[in-house]
Every structure is written in C-alpha cells, then in structure tokens.
Write a new protein. Structure first.
Length: 175
C-alpha cells in the first residue's frame, strides 16, 4: 500500500506539465503583443519625440523581461518538479539550465519582478504628468516592497546556506 501511494504521488508531478505548456502559450501571446507594439513604435517613429521613443523601447524591454521570466519558470519549474530535459549536449542549451534549484529560481523570479517593476516605474517617471502624486507614491512603495522582499529573500538564502556550511565537519589537515 505504501509503495502504491508513493508511486502515485511521484507520478502526480506530471499534472504540472499542462501548466508549463500553458506558460508556453503565454510566451507566444507576449511575442504577439511585442510584435504589435514594435509595429506601433516603428510606424510612429517619424513623428515621435525622444520621450515617446524611450517609452516605446521601455515597453518592448518590459515585454522581453516578462517573456524571459516565463522561460525561466518553464525550464526551471519543469526540471525541478516534473522531469529532466534531456538536451545535455545541445549547443543552444542555456548554461544555467539544470543548475537552477528552487532557491535560485526564487531569486531569479524576484530579480525579474524587480526589474519589470523598475522599468514600469521609469515609464511612469517619463510621463509623470499622467499620474497624480498619490498614484506615483503607491507605485514607488510597491516597487520598494519588491526590492526589500528580494533583498530579504537573498539574505534568508545566504543565512540558510551559511548555516549548512557551519554544520558540515571541516576536513582534517594531515600536516
């Protein structure tokens, strides 16, 4: 009975696979939105101001970072929770793939969220006249919460890893 329960639990990890496939669809949607935005920016380039150009480029960067974030979640999540992706010798395999554990995944996610939030905040600052001071204050507060959360998460991981090294016995020097 125990073995059957354990096999069932182990096999249940495959229920996550459709979610990762759904995230691939989400990446495709972001690519579509990126292309529409790129066409929009390119079409207006003759009449746009420098600020408009920067805002357009920041939007493209924002979409790119969101897609990168999704790819990190897809690859790392699938490899950590479902199954290894067997493209070990492939020339295009990212160096980090297979090396990102759950702790590193959390840090990469938070770093990406902070970057996306920072770019959004920069876009707000570039067009500050469209927002009232209360909206801007809340956007800054939310961004700072993301930054502080990231720092605290990194600190907790550092403390946990440091505690592990303190518990390991030190090798004896034969001299």
């Amino acid at each position: 009975m125990e073995r059957l329960i354990e096999r069932t639990l182990f096999a249940s990890r495959w229920m996550l696979a459709p979610m990762y496939l759904g995230l691939v669809v989400a990446v495709a949607l972001l690519v579509w939105i990126f292309l529409l935005e790129l066409i929009s920016v390119a079409a207006g380039v003759a009449t746009m101001t420098v600020d408009d150009a920067i805002l357009g480029v920041l939007t493209l960067i924002d979409l790119s970072l969101a897609a990168n974030l999704l790819m990190i979640v897809i690859f790392s999540g699938y490899e950590n929770f479902v199954s290894r992706i067997d493209f070990e010798g492939h020339v295009d395999r990212p160096e980090w793939q297979g090396d990102v554990d759950f702790s590193a995944l959390k840090l990469k996610l938070v770093a990406s969220i902070v970057a996306i939030s920072g770019i959004h905040l920069l876009k707000v600052f570039m067009d500050v006249g469209r927002y009232d001071s209360e909206q801007i204050r809340w956007m800054v507060i939310i961004h700072l919460v993301f930054v502080i959360s990231g720092v605290l998460l990194a600190l907790m991981d550092w403390i946990a890893n440091h505690a592990k090294t303190l518990k390991r016995p030190k090798p004896v020097n034969p001299s």
